[in-house]
Design a protein around this ligand. Structure first.
Ligand SMILES: *Cc1c(COP(=O)(O)O)cnc(C)c1O
Length: 462
């Protein structure tokens, strides 16, 4: 299995190389050259299997010869052992035909743990074997950073630096990043928005002297291995609801388009998915694009669902690559236009996108109201991101097809918004009840590439 860049200029890589490098050297994102197929019988055979067994069977064809079957199964087992629920991704019913996929039982209470816990294991195994050390730099709107730190803290072959927008993450998110005491963990609070953090991260990857000098590795949602890990729960949920003999639809609270893109891959593999619905908050570039074809950057407006406060959705590039018939030159040109403000998707590409994706946008007020009504009528306390999803799903779902809304974070991760809407302050699970007492360690940094690079070089030299 080879991986190619969405911009058509970087060399094709193996799974291991694509995973360790993150972003392609032409600025593009890696995608598999071909999508492995699951037959109806293979899907049917997943009924009653554990999450780990399903994960092994779904991901195995993508990994090639990077890991043996035995090692790969062992790494999957270790990745999910620390989850607080035996099903890993349990499905609960909200209403007739509407289900919630709870993806918040991992160590940092957001769906990012599914990919990050696995990637931590895969990195450690691959680096030990190669006798190498890498510097992981990540940008986060809150949940990626805590999940990455939790996955890589204390590992011998890795330093992990996380850039988060100062003052724009929730207190639980911040504390999850600033309280780990391990020396290989570096939490950096940067002036600006998440898009600024993401832009500096991309600058570092595009500075090849720096990139090679510190052996930069990326674990943002642009890393193919993260997308792959997320494909699994679409399969496990659909199988629970009767796949391959019954179609399902999914609604996904969306920011960087990584999570929903994993659903698209599941569909391309043969999982019978009817619709994939993008749910956005007031930062709605994707909803605007899927409604009109115009992909235009706006200003980021902070919201009560901060993990979706994004204007440039990196993984959308992967969907565009397919929609443009895998023409890397066309994608590279669109990305150039995006630097200048935006672009219009061609008619053909727009129609292809609309064959798979629907979208909806939810205001702050509607998000709060949905938390209130979901608690009163469905008995479920939702985090604000999940509430955005539930609201859009209720508006767009077709009663003939079961709808699964992804619950992307635990309500206790966003207690202020949840308390405001429901009157209930959701407690943290026992295993992290002392989070507010642990000492914090964080470095405040400017939105300045050179200063960031200097700091990273100094820290890893120590
Ligand atoms: C990251 C995140 C999202 C957005 O997921 P993308 O893959 O970036 O689209 C939604 N909700 C929560 C809680 C998140 O942490």
């Amino acid at each position: 299995m080879r991986y190619i860049s969405t911009r058509g200029q970087a060399p094709a890589l193996s799974f291991e190389e694509a995973m360790l490098s993150g972003l392609a050297r032409d600025g593009g994102l890696y995608v598999p050259e071909t999508i492995p197929q699951m037959s109806a019988d293979e899907i049917r055979a997943l009924h009653g299997q554990s999450y780990e067994e399903t994960a092994f069977r779904v991901m195995r064809p993508f990994v090639g010869d990077t890991f043996t079957d035995e090692v790969f199964a062992d790494l999957i087992a270790k990745a999910y052992a620390g989850f607080g629920h035996g099903a890993r991704a349990p499905l609960v019913q909200l209403a007739p035909g509407h289900f919630l996929l709870e993806l918040f039982h991992g160590p940092t209470l957001a769906f990012k743990d599914f990919a990050m816990q696995l990637i931590g294991q895969l990195f450690q195994e691959a680096l030990e074997r190669r006798g190498e050390r890498v510097t992981i730099v990540g940008a986060t709107s809150g949940d990626t950073g805590s999940a990455a730190i939790e996955a890589f803290r204390g590992l011998d072959n890795v330093d992990v630096f996380i850039l988060f927008p100062h003052g724009r993450v929730s207190e639980v998110q911040r504390r999850q990043m600033t309280t780990p005491a391990e020396a290989n963990v570096h939490a950096l609070a940067m002036d600006g928005h998440f898009d600024d953090c993401q832009a500096r991260l991309k600058d570092m990857f595009n500075d090849f002297a720096f990139r090679d000098g510190v052996r930069l590795a990326g674990v943002n949602s642009i890393n193919w291995a993260r997308v792959l890990a997320q494909v699994v729960y679409y399969v496990s949920a659909a199988v629970s609801l009767g796949a391959p003999d019954r179609k399902v639809s999914f609604t996904v609270p969306t920011g960087n388009f990584g999570d929903i893109f994993a659903g698209y891959i599941a569909k391309r593999m043969g999982l019978p998915i009817e619709r994939l619905v993008v749910a956005t908050n007031q930062n709605d570039i994707l909803h605007r694009c899927l409604s009109s074809g115009a992909y235009e950057k706006g200003e980021v407006t902070p919201s009560i669902s901060p993990s979706m406060d994004i204007q440039v959705s990196s993984n959308f590039e992967r969907a565009l690559f397919d929609a443009y018939g895998r023409d890397g030159g066309a994608v590279a040109q669109l990305m150039d236009e995006l630097k200048a403000g935006g672009f219009h998707v061609s008619q053909g590409a727009f129609e292809t996108l609309r064959e798979h994706f629907d979208s909806g946008r939810v205001s702050e007020d509607e998000t709060l109201k949905t938390i209130t009504t979901a608690q009163a009528q469905m008995g479920e306390l939702l985090c604000p991101h999940s509430a955005v999803g539930v609201r859009v799903a209720e508006a767009l779902r077709d009663p003939a097809t079961p709808m699964v809304t992804l619950a992307t974070a635990h309500p206790a991760k966003f207690p202020d918004a949840v308390e405001k809407a429901s009157g209930t302050r959701p407690p943290l699970p026992n295993r992290m009840a002392d989070l507010y007492e642990r000492p914090e360690r964080v470095t405040r940094v400017a939105n300045d590439l050179a200063a960031l690079q200097t700091l990273i070089k100094e820290r890893i030299a120590q």
